[in-house]
Design a protein. Structure first.
Length: 511
């Protein structure tokens, strides 16, 4: 039976997955921080490229959603984690085998790796049958691994491994040590002099004596004396050790390719599920969103910035959640309000939710309906590059021009304080021109701006405002709500709070 991938259905197989690099917008949306947090401690699997590939179809997203629903079964998750640990031990044994110098010892570590592998496959086959996964992906893999475990190839590997392991365990030999000379011979029921010596001195024992035992430095690598003894043992039992050498060569590629791929790919799910578990203590929700490639009526409830929340795990600070929705013909969320009120965080959250949904992952929030985009673009303010002959405004215009050239009605655009480097009049003129093109393209957009006029350009635009505490306008709530732009930047309140008003600065200077 054939099986190709637990991550990609037949429409999405990507042969060049390892060549993928982060999309251009990863930095603006802090997605690189999110991926780093999720994949931490799993470098051996090289999981990051899987997070760089948005899925192109709804069916591919459902393929992953169904597998994630299977992982809500804690027993299944534990079985997969156990399988992964066994294969990690197998790889450690193989790596150790490669490092060792003496031939017989290398072959022994190789045999140990195969023993671990056979145990892992048999245990996984049994555990998956008991767990009874319902998703197409895991069900088909369950059938594959069952077929493989029942195959003549695997059965022969198991039988040969057990036979060789038993043969090696039955080897008995004696060492005769006379000064610097060691003689290795077959064990022929010679008496155990060690036990006899202990019995002789037992009668002289009076009380608990001080323990003078000490541990010798331990090393996996055997020394030259041990190696010489092992060579003599191999000489005494040539048939068994010749079989071991032939076995190591014939089975050098013993790991099934599909199982090896599964072991890597399934960590995408395990890593994400384990990462979500960290947020339970913060009482934050994750959900599998409804994803559509038709309707642009989208919504999100109790969504939050996952990168910011990750930092909150160590600082134990609270995480603010926000809601949003768009009803036809609405397409653009124009976010205004006071500085440092959470506007940029809200815009990043909108982008993060759509991107995580596009790779078939649960998204931060209690529930959501999101749009499957063909391209996601960001236009965030950039620091001026002194090596670039063009000015900051020109750079902003060139970047937005390139975006609009590529954008379609199925694209998503996140804009943050665009054209803040020019005058108010010019920024408003440019902002309106850009908005007109976005409206004409009928694309989804979030625009964080200090230009309140952009929030009321027509039926497609929706005004959202970052709010402050009613009793103290200097205190941000970081809640973004749907309401008309009020033109209040609360600059004076902030200036008073940090003693930056004229009177405040004067007092500090004259103090």
């Amino acid at each position: 039976m054939s099986f190709r991938s637990i991550l990609f259905d037949e429409m999405e197989i990507d042969a060049d997955i390892d060549a993928r690099r982060p999309p251009d917008f990863f930095g603006d949306l802090h997605l690189e921080q999110i991926v780093d947090s999720i994949t931490a401690g799993r470098d051996e699997y090289n999981l990051k490229p899987f997070f760089y590939v948005p899925l192109g179809t709804i069916s591919s997203i459902h393929y992953r959603h169904d597998i994630l629903r299977d992982f809500e079964n804690q027993a299944l998750l534990v079985h997969i984690q156990s399988f992964a640990q066994r294969l990690r031990s197998m790889r450690d044994a193989l790596a150790q085998s490669e490092k060792l110098f003496y031939k017989c010892q290398k072959q022994s570590w190789f045999l140990s790796a195969v023993v671990i592998y056979c145990t892992a496959v048999k245990s996984l086959t049994r555990d998956l049958k008991i767990a009874g996964p319902r998703s197409r992906g895991l069900s088909e893999f369950c059938k594959y691994v069952s077929s493989y475990a029942d195959s003549r190839e695997f059965g022969s590997l198991v039988a040969e491994t057990e036979k060789l392991k038993t043969a090696l365990s039955k080897i008995r030999y004696c060492l005769h040590i006379a000064g610097a000379r060691i003689t290795v011979g077959r064990y022929e029921s010679q008496p155990d002099y060690g036990a006899e010596v202990l019995r002789t001195f037992e009668k002289f024992k009076q009380a608990e004596a001080k323990d003078y035992h000490f541990d010798f430095p331990s090393s996996v690598e055997i020394n030259h004396v041990e190696a010489a003894i092992l060579d003599r043992v191999a000489f005494l039992f040539p048939e068994t050790f010749t079989t071991l050498a032939e076995y190591s060569f014939r089975h050098r590629n013993f790991v099934d390719r599909t199982i090896k791929t599964f072991d890597r790919e399934v960590q995408f799910y395990v890593a994400y599920v384990e990462h979500m578990e960290l947020y339970r203590k913060l009482e934050l929700h994750f959900c599998l969103p409804t994803v559509t490639d038709q309707s642009k009526e989208i919504c999100g409830r109790q969504g939050f910035d996952l990168a910011l929340a990750s930092n909150s795990l160590s600082t134990k600070s609270s995480v603010i959640t926000n809601d949003f929705y768009l009803k036809n013909p609405e397409r653009i969320l124009v976010v205004s309000g006071p500085n440092q009120g959470g506007k940029t965080t809200f815009a990043r959250t909108f982008g993060q939710l759509h991107y995580l949904a596009s790779i078939g992952c649960p998204i931060p929030g209690k529930e959501a309906k999101l749009f499957l985009f063909d391209n996601l673009f960001t236009h965030f303010e950039r620091e001026e590059n002194l090596n670039n002959l063009s000015g900051k405004l020109e750079d902003d215009l060139i970047r937005i021009h390139k975006i609009l050239e590529r954008a379609t009605s199925k694209s998503v655009l996140i804009m943050n304080e665009s054209f803040a480097s020019t005058t108010l009049t010019d920024a408003l003129f440019l902002g309106k021109k850009i908005m007109e093109q976005i409206i004409e393209l009928d694309m989804l957009c979030v625009s964080v701006t200090f230009l309140d006029e952009l929030a009321s350009l027509g039926a497609t635009t929706v005004s959202m405002v970052s709010t402050v505490r009613p009793d103290d306008s200097a205190q941000r709530t970081f809640k973004i709500v749907r309401k008309p732009a009020d033109g209040l930047a609360y600059a004076m309140a902030l200036a008073e709070k940090y003693q930056l008003s004229y009177e405040g600065v004067k007092r500090r200077v004259l103090r």
